[in-house]
Design a protein around this ligand. Structure first.
Ligand code: PHE
Length: 436
């Protein structure tokens, strides 16, 4: 296989699992429902899906292609294809985005850990309202920092051992299990009292509630959820050999990711309305209030909440691994660090950077928006411009086809050259008010 001593996936299925593991995470179950609730519901969902198709999939393909054809980290990949220019800085932006995202991602994943622990010890079932449970957690910086530390240790421990060990095998079982669990919750949610109102909020587009802020939020959510714009897919693509269709891989990963996000929305919103909650007030706490509230009403609730938070934690872990892997691959390739010093060094620094997010929800929200609404869209735009305009068409075609066919190349290239860049630029410019 092509990865050599850098490590590689055990074939195509391994790559798909790892890339889907990167994409599916807190972005789907935590961030998507909460963003949807804050941006008016159905219209947000519609713009989100359009962004996945028109911008997300083409950029996903571009990233995998860049990684696969260079077998390098994001900085090295761009340098290999365009030596001497400023393009490697795009890879650097991705490495920085990895630092920023993982810093607060570790805090939210820490909440998941705390809820898992509370489910195991029965504290979650002790009768307190879920809102007060969530508030007491987020009101305690120390408690959050401890769980964040535990989560970061787990992430570093996996990344230090290398890409092929363990992640794939665990993903194969646990991801389908997460989907199955969501389907069970879906059954409960859809038969709940005010399910129809929840579905109408989630599925009926009311564009007056959206605005350009909402459009940018939907675009940012697409980048975040698909792990795009910062080189995670370049890095994972660099461990992939070249027999498989990058287009088919990209479509497969994007559809799994979108399916799980939509499933989460279909679960959350009927429950929100049936419980008479006001989804807009919970913000980042939405899933952590609504889902346990539902689980408490089910039989064997301690077992179910343990299972749910364990699965969510695992989904978060496979995403965090990919975030750290971007930084680690960069340190290994560019500075010759050993894998374990890179993982421990970068992991330690990222943990420290995350402490302000554990101390202040406002800071966490700010870092989250900086990453998803600025860094990832700008990174994705530059990657699209690089692959669409800078990379000679023969090289793009060779990278796209690998050892296989070139089906879909023309349509894909049209999207990376025009559709995706124009969409991102228009939305960003709207946001800063350039169109009045
Ligand atoms: N896609 C991940 C999620 O949905 C988060 C992520 C973003 C991972 C960017 C890697 C890169 O949780």
């Amino acid at each position: 296989m092509s990865g050599g001593s850098r490590g590689s996936w055990s074939g195509h299925a391994g790559f798909i699992l790892a890339a889907a593991g990167s994409a599916v995470g807190l972005g789907n179950v935590w961030r998507f429902p909460y963003s949807t609730s804050q941006n008016g519901g159905g219209a947000f969902v519609l713009v989100y899906i359009a962004a996945v198709l028109a911008v997300g999939v083409p950029i996903m393909v571009a990233e995998v292609l860049l990684g696969r054809s260079t077998q390098r980290n994001p900085v090295g990949a761009l340098r290999a294809l365009a030596p001497g220019g400023g393009w490697p800085l795009v890879g650097m932006l991705g490495v920085v985005a990895g630092f920023v995202i993982l810093s607060y991602y570790g805090v939210v994943a820490g909440w998941t850990f705390d809820y898992l622990f509370m489910s195991l010890t029965g504290t979650l079932q002790s009768g307190a309202s879920m809102q007060s449970v969530f508030e007491s957690l987020t009101g305690s910086p120390l408690r959050q920092i401890c769980w964040q530390a535990v989560f970061m240790l787990a992430t570093v421990a996996v990344v230090a051992r290398g890409v092929e060990a363990g992640i794939e095998r665990a993903s194969k079982v646990l991801m389908p299990l997460l989907v199955a669990f969501l389907l069970v919750l879906l059954g409960y949610a859809l038969t709940s009292e005010k399910a129809a109102e929840g579905l109408s909020f989630f599925l009926t587009p009311r564009f007056t509630d959206l605005g350009w802020d909402g459009v940018l939020a939907a675009l940012g959510q697409a980048f975040f959820s698909l792990s795009l714009g910062m080189g995670a897919m370049i890095t994972y693509g660099s461990y992939l050999d070249n027999e498989y269709s990058v287009l088919r891989s990209g479509c497969l990963i994007a559809s799994m990711d979108t399916l799980i996000a939509v499933l989460s929305g279909l679960v959350i919103f009927p429950l929100v309305f049936s419980f008479g909650l006001d989804s807009t007030v919970y913000g980042p706490g939405l899933v952590f209030v609504v889902v346990p509230e539902a689980l408490l009403r089910m039989p064997a609730s301690a077992m179910l909440s343990t299972l749910f938070f364990a699965l969510l934690l695992f989904a978060a872990l496979t995403s965090a691994i990919s975030l750290l892997e971007v930084v680690v691959a960069f340190l290994i390739d560019e500075f010759g660090w050993s894998r374990s010093s890179a993982a421990w060094g970068a992991g330690g620094l990222i943990f420290a950077l995350g402490i302000p997010s554990a101390m202040s929800g406002d800071f966490l929200g700010w870092a989250d928006r900086l990453a998803s609404e600025v860094m990832l869209p700008v990174g994705g735009l530059l990657i699209a411009l690089f692959v669409g305009w800078k990379l000679p068409v023969e090289r793009a075609l060779a990278g796209y086809s690998g050892a296989g066919g070139s089906g879909g190349f023309t349509l894909w290239r049209l999207c990376v050259r025009f559709v995706a860049p124009v969409a991102v630029v228009v939305i960003l410019l709207q946001k800063i008010g350039l169109f009045g």
